[in-house]
Design a protein around this ligand. Structure first.
Ligand SMILES: O=c1ccn([C@@H]2O[C@H](COP(=O)(O)OP(=O)(O)O[C@H]3O[C@H](CO)[C@@H](O)[C@H](O)[C@H]3O)[C@@H](O)[C@H]2O)c(=O)[nH]1
Length: 460
């Protein structure tokens, strides 16, 4: 039963996702959830991101408004409106900072909209808080991270300067069972005294967030209670667990299940043959060197395990001989795939993942254990959580900055065929069940979202 059936007018929520697939996808799921809670939804984006959003949502009830993405940004080629299209992730801060130029247009449209109950925007669009404040609208931030990563970052920040070597483990004050090194963080937090453009950007985000109404966390309370409690005890604003958002079905996605693409047909064949498949993918924006790509190819080939590998950007460097050699045992895909659909295929029994938070949640919800290979952003912390905290995965071993074929082969075999793999496979099934329960009517995330909107709606 929706908590809003007795309210009139309905709550009206404005959503503003950051222009990056890993940030848009969860907010599309949230849009759908809000409709289930009888809210109306207006979603802001830019023209180049609109087709993906329209293709994913079929709800006429969601109004999509595009604002032009700012042009003439040094280093950003014209027409690039999403981080996965950036020539290099080193342009991230310029790209994210450029979004502030959308503020006047955003406010022009915002003031003409029917009464807005609240704005939920990505933390990277921290300037939207100023707009919300100007019009007296409560604003909630979304950061796409786990409570574990947010809490550890917060707890560790004051300890970073005390440790000379980036490899030196130190114990967290609030979580004495957790040891981290500066290398578990992303640059500039790998430095003793972090500074620079990314640091300044993150500082602006944290200031805006602490002045907003709340933080929406794409997770479920039962997965990380100590870390959610820490956020609500030690920092502002209040954090609300409303996920895993990936368990929400988008109506447009459903027909895809019946219209099978070649990799799903291939997975069907593997199912018929009884050959478990390792899914290999590193999200929407990882940058992998040619040398590393060759080591991955070697490790997968030598493992003799069946695999489906989604290679983005640099896939051509593998050469045709690789695909000839692996023939039926492996498939390399260079297109954009429906990752959830792949993970949900019953023959997929392991995921070699960069541990972007959406991938971790999608893997959990599909009962697939992870072989963690963190690359950037907060992924090292996600990998730590996966392996040490919730114990649903194993981790690759890096030597001299690279994962070697031989080592990867051994880890792949351990995950897919070994005793440790069985343990984590058993554990992920338990965690998946708790995830499903949290979003059911009456579950923790379902209640939290309902109560939150009711609270803001009454407040207005
Ligand atoms: O071919 C593809 C590639 C990706 N995806 C989806 O794209 C999303 C990717 O998100 P994620 O796994 O989180 O990876 P990134 O795109 O790398 O995500 C960025 O954003 C995340 C959320 O803030 C962070 O946790 C990551 O560290 C950051 O790199 C997931 O929903 C995937 O299912 C597809 O559906 N098809």
């Amino acid at each position: 039963m929706s908590l809003f059936s007795s309210y009139n007018p309905k709550p009206h929520v404005v959503l503003f996702p950051f222009m990056s697939k890993g940030h848009i996808i969860p907010l599309l799921h949230l849009a759908r959830l809000l409709l289930d809670h009888r809210a109306t939804v207006t979603l802001f984006t830019t023209p180049a991101n609109r087709p993906y959003i329209v293709q994913s949502l079929s709800d006429d009830d969601i109004t999509i408004i595009d604002l032009p993405f700012p042009g003439n940004i040094p280093g950003i080629p014209p027409g690039i409106e999403s981080t996965d299209k950036l020539p290099s992730m080193s342009l991230f801060v310029s790209f994210a900072r450029a979004t502030k130029l959308m503020q006047p247009n955003f406010e022009n449209v915002l003031q003409k909209l029917p009464h807005v109950t609240c704005i939920i925007s990505d933390q990277f669009l921290h300037w939207t808080l100023e707009s919300a404040t100007k019009f007296g609208i409560p604003s909630l931030g979304f950061n796409g991270m786990s409570a574990y990563s947010s809490a550890i970052c917060q707890d560790a920040v004051g300890l970073l300067p005390l440790h000379e070597s980036p490899d030196e483990p130190f114990t967290l004050t609030s979580f004495p069972w957790i040891k981290v090194t500066r290398n578990d963080f992303v640059y500039p937090f790998t430095e003793r005294h972090p500074s620079g453009p990314l640091f300044d950007f993150i500082t602006d985000i944290n200031i805006a967030l602490s002045n907003s109404y709340g933080l929406l966390v794409n997770s479920f309370y039962e997965l990380e209670p100590q870390f959610m409690d820490y956020l609500n005890r030690e920092s502002k604003p209040k954090a609300f667990c409303v996920g895993p958002l990936c368990l929400t079905r988008l109506p447009k996605m459903e027909p895809v299940l019946h219209n099978k693409c070649r990799w799903i047909q291939w997975l069907d064949q593997k199912l018929a043959q009884g050959n478990p498949v390792l899914y290999v993918a590193f999200g929407s924006q990882a940058e992998i060197s040619s040398k590393q790509l060759t080591e991955i190819a070697g490790g997968l080939e030598e493992s003799k395990v069946s695999f489906l590998w989604v290679v983005r950007k640099s896939g051509t460097e593998l050469g045709e001989e690789f695909e000839d050699r692996i023939q039926e045992r492996g498939m390399v895909v260079k297109e954009w795939v429906d990752q959830k659909q792949i993970l949900e295929h019953e023959i997929v029994q392991g995921f070699l993942s960069h541990c972007g938070w959406n991938s971790v949640l999608e893997s959990i919800c599909s009962e697939v254990p992870i072989l963690a290979w963190p690359m950037m952003a907060e992924q090292h912390l996600n990998a730590k959580m996966v392996v040490e905290e919730i114990k649903i995965g194993l981790r690759v071993e890096r030597r001299n900055g690279i994962i070697q074929a031989e080592s990867l082969k051994n880890k792949v075999k351990e995950l897919m065929e070994g005793e440790n793999g069985n343990e984590v496979r058993k554990k992920v099934k338990e965690v998946a069940e708790a995830a499903r329960n949290s979003i059911k009517d009456g579950g923790s995330s379902f209640r939290t979202l309902g109560q939150l909107i009711e609270e803001i709606h009454l407040h207005n």
